[in-house]
Ligand binder design. Structure first.
Ligand SMILES: NC(=O)C1=CN([C@@H]2O[C@H](COP(=O)(O)OP(=O)(O)OC[C@H]3O[C@@H](n4cnc5c(N)ncnc54)[C@H](OP(=O)(O)O)[C@@H]3O)[C@@H](O)[C@H]2O)C=CC1
Ligand SMILES: O=C(CO)COP(=O)(O)O
Ligand SMILES: [Zn+2]
Length: 352
């Protein structure tokens, strides 16, 4: 008997464009949720968007509660849960960067209430996904969380955010090329379940971003539009797959390892981008497409070397040789690279 089943949890309303922050209340009302909103935000996002969202809910006759967080920690998640558990709170609205979005979706999952994502930075595809990533000590927990019922992405605000946040979002998308390669490899070698549609969508998203790279420029609102659409599409691919596989392979393991061992880890997207150059080299060899990945990253101002990430060579080698230990996810790193091979990959690709 055929007993397979699958759940694909997608946002119902995705509102992207100039000034759409003012449509937040309408986008939420259309979901027919009961109760009052709990708006979670952090200092800068509150100034650029959070306070306006709170005001708009109050003007609509609701009684919004507000929690401001400083960091993405389990303590911050607990603080949000405490308020979110209140019977009057019907749903949670995260207004901020990845930090706020992750904390809000984790709290929403815990109290079993709806989550609305209002990103103020197009910095990675977590703004649409059902996963959260919370650092703890020298490790990082990537956990299942509540996917957004609605996403409201105001390109006017996103284009005004620091340019590095946008280039980090672009690099996170470009890394889909190697993530899908790793997924296909794991399917062939380890019989890991592969979803053709999610894989194709993820790859196409990266292709479209690269094709539009000329229009991705600082202070150009169209850039925020292109990147946000790609982040939504990548998030949808993850929802279809029911895992982050379409958007997270060995290049992500490398970045997660840097978050643990680097003295000053930098933006997630920038780290995975550099990782992607090297893992593409491992997949396709010295004459392969790693130059295309490097050039695509360079064309949107994203880092392509250890130096530009603020890393020394030895940290890169340590991250490459130990990244396979991060989680049980088969990738081109297999059961680990030798130090010599890691040095060669990083050297040939110009990362070190
Ligand atoms: N769920 C997932 O799949 C993933 C989650 N992550 C997580 O996401 C977080 C990183 O996300 P990221 O967005 O880079 O970081 P943050 O949310 O920390 O935002 C980066 C900085 O930008 C500020 N900021 C946000 N929006 C604006 C704006 N519009 N204008 C000016 N400044 C702004 C923030 O201010 P302030 O300090 O006031 O908030 C913060 O100082 C980490 O916690 C990481 O673990 C990373 C990758 C994937
Ligand atoms: O960053 C992600 C996808 O771009 C999520 O990946 P992880 O599952 O590795 O945290
Ligand atoms: Zn990522």
């Amino acid at each position: 008997m055929f007993e397979k089943s699958t759940w694909i949890r997608l946002p119902r309303n995705v509102v992207v464009g100039h000034g759409v922050l003012d449509d937040t209340v309408a986008a939420v009302e259309e979901l027919h949720l009961a109760g009052d909103p709990l708006v979670v935000t952090s200092p800068t996002p509150a100034e650029v968007a959070g306070d306006r969202v709170v005001e708009a809910f109050a003007d609509a006759g609701l009684d919004p509660q507000v929690v401001r967080i400083e960091e993405a920690t389990f303590g911050a998640v607990e603080d949000v849960i405490e308020v979110a558990a209140d019977g009057d709170v019907g749903y949670l609205v995260g207004v901020g960067g990845g930090k706020v979005i992750d904390v809000t979706k984790m709290a929403a999952e815990d109290v079993d209430k709806g989550f609305v994502s209002v990103p103020t930075a197009a910095s990675h595809d977590g703004i649409v996904s059902a996963r959260a990533s919370i650092p703890e000590g020298d490790t990082r927990h990537s956990v299942a969380a509540e996917p957004p019922l609605a996403v409201v992405a105001d390109t006017e605000i996103l284009a005004d955010a620091p340019w590095e946040l946008t280039t980090a979002g672009c690099a996170d998308i470009i890394s889909n090329f190697t993530a899908v390669r790793d997924w296909e490899l794991a399917h062939r070698l380890k019989n890991v379940e592969y979803h053709e549609y999610a894989g194709a969508l993820s790859r196409m998203t990266a292709e479209m971003l690269v094709e539009n790279a000329d229009s991705i420029r600082p202070e150009l609102e169209e850039s925020a539009w292109i990147v946000t659409k790609a982040l939504v599409s990548s998030g949808v691919a993850m929802s279809i797959a029911g895992s982050s596989r379409p958007a997270s392979g060995a290049e992500h393991l490398f970045s997660h390892q840097l978050d643990r061992i680097a003295p000053n880890p930098t933006y997630h997207g920038h780290q995975v981008g550099v990782g992607s150059i090297m893992t593409e080299y491992l997949h396709s060899g010295p004459k392969g497409q790693w130059r295309d990945i490097r050039d695509a990253l360079a064309s949107i101002d994203a880092p392509t070397t250890a130096d530009e990430l603020g890393l020394d060579s030895e940290t890169v080698i340590e991250a490459l040789t130990t990244a396979h230990e991060i989680r049980d996810r088969y990738t081109i790193l297999g059961d680990g690279m030798s130090e010599e091979a890691a040095r060669e990959a990083a050297r040939v690709t110009g990362v070190i």
